[in-house]
Design a protein around this ligand. Structure first.
Ligand code: KG4
Ligand code: ZN
Length: 355
């Protein structure tokens, strides 16, 4: 049992959360109770620019980090003295934004005399599915991580208590060689005139549309020399959508075709995600599929998975799909129980890394 305060500031969400965790044994799924989650989303600040502006992000994290942490502690009813450790995202992300969280975490750990657990943001996303009780999720499992910045496929043999520090490197079987899936949604949404981040707008705009109306590219299709490739590519999609939009606009037909075009864009991205995921499931013994990260909120992805997946599929609750500190506290708890927390002499030297 441990009580961890998680801090997340890697991109455009400033978040803190207190999580109680229990890891019954190394072969069992961890159990988490989210006692509080306080998040300040910067989305509105970045919207006028059509994407995240790093300097705007770090300055706002500086303003928000203290109130967000205070809120999370107050809401949880847990005092600093009751905590076992403080976990903080120290990679990957925007360097200025990460440094705000890391510095705040160091100062808190120092003043409260608590150990510090530096964690990898993407490991947090993998853990987010366990923030709700998971009794049916069995390993080995294929994890599809689809966020705004990353698209990766992992095959993971054991529950989190057994994850080595190198889990991300050693379990990765596929990744995007260009844009991330979320990025493909956001960039095509921008071409369609939607605000940032555009994934949810394409999702909503596609309702009732015909996904076969427009033929859009599917990168690294499993034919020819790409027959066995588990990597993703969303190359060519933006240009194809831009040309289509220009054509429809000049014929004054964009509004009439909006739902069909949204549905076609969405299907092109989802076809890649599903094909590669199922290819890995075929190649490795797999008892579950887990889909995490912002794009896992996509409604059509969830519908298609329910119909097409050969094994049960698990998702985080919607509030844990996008960036949040509860998932950071969760991976922090796993690492803390593994004895990977840092004492004063070690964490004072801790740095943040963009990659
Ligand atoms: O995981 P996340 O919050 O941030 C990163 O760590 O990158 O993911 C954000 C991404 C954005 O690209 C956003 O457009 C996408 O998740 N997204 C969606 C949906 N909701 C969020 N994409 C497709 N359909 C959705 N419903
Ligand atoms: Zn993320």
């Amino acid at each position: 049992m441990s009580l961890i305060l998680g801090i997340e500031s890697s991109c455009d969400e400033c978040s803190a959360s207190v999580v109680r965790s229990e890891i019954p044994n190394a072969d069992a799924n961890p159990r988490f109770e989210v006692l509080s989650l306080s998040t300040f989303s910067q989305i509105e600040l970045h919207q006028p620019f059509g994407g995240v502006v790093p300097e705007v992000a770090s300055r706002n994290h500086l303003e928000q980090i203290e109130p967000v942490i205070t809120d999370a502690l107050t809401e949880s009813g847990v005092s600093l003295a009751d905590l076992d450790a403080i976990a903080v995202t120290h990679r990957p992300g925007l360097i200025g934004a990460l440094l705000v969280g890391v510095t705040a975490a160091k100062a808190l750990a120092y003043s409260a005399k608590k150990p510090l657990v530096p964690v990898h943001h993407l490991e947090g996303h993998l853990l987010s599915v366990f923030l709700s009780k998971q009794t049916e999720l069995q390993f080995p499992a294929v994890f599809l991580l689809v966020s705004g910045g990353h698209t990766q496929l992992h095959w993971i043999e054991h529950p989190p208590a057994k994850w080595p520090e190198t889990i991300l490197e050693h379990s990765m079987f596929g990744r995007s060689i260009d844009d991330a899936a979320g990025e493909a949604f956001d960039k095509t949404a921008k071409i369609m005139g939607y605000p940032y981040p555009g994934g949810k707008w394409i999702d909503a705009g596609a309702q009732g549309g015909d996904s076969k109306a427009f033929a859009l590219p599917r990168g690294l299709q499993n034919i020819g020399k790409n027959k066995d490739s588990i990597d993703f590519s969303f190359s060519g999609l933006k240009t194809a959508v831009m040309l289509q939009v220009q054509q429809l606009q000049s014929a004054n037909q964009l509004e009439a075709a909006r739902a069909d075009l949204c549905a076609s864009i969405q299907e092109s991205i989802l076809d890649s995600l599903l094909t590669k995921t199922f290819l890995l499931v075929k190649q490795k013994p797999t008892r579950s599929i887990v889909i995490v990260g912002g794009v896992s909120a996509n409604s059509r992805l969830r519908d298609r998975m329910a119909k097409e997946s050969p094994v049960p599929v698990f998702y985080p609750e919607l509030k844990y799909c996008t960036d949040n500190a509860a998932m950071i506290a969760a991976i922090g708890a796993v690492r803390f129980e593994q004895g990977r927390s840092l004492g004063l002499q070690e964490y004072l030297k801790l740095n943040a890394f963009a990659f």
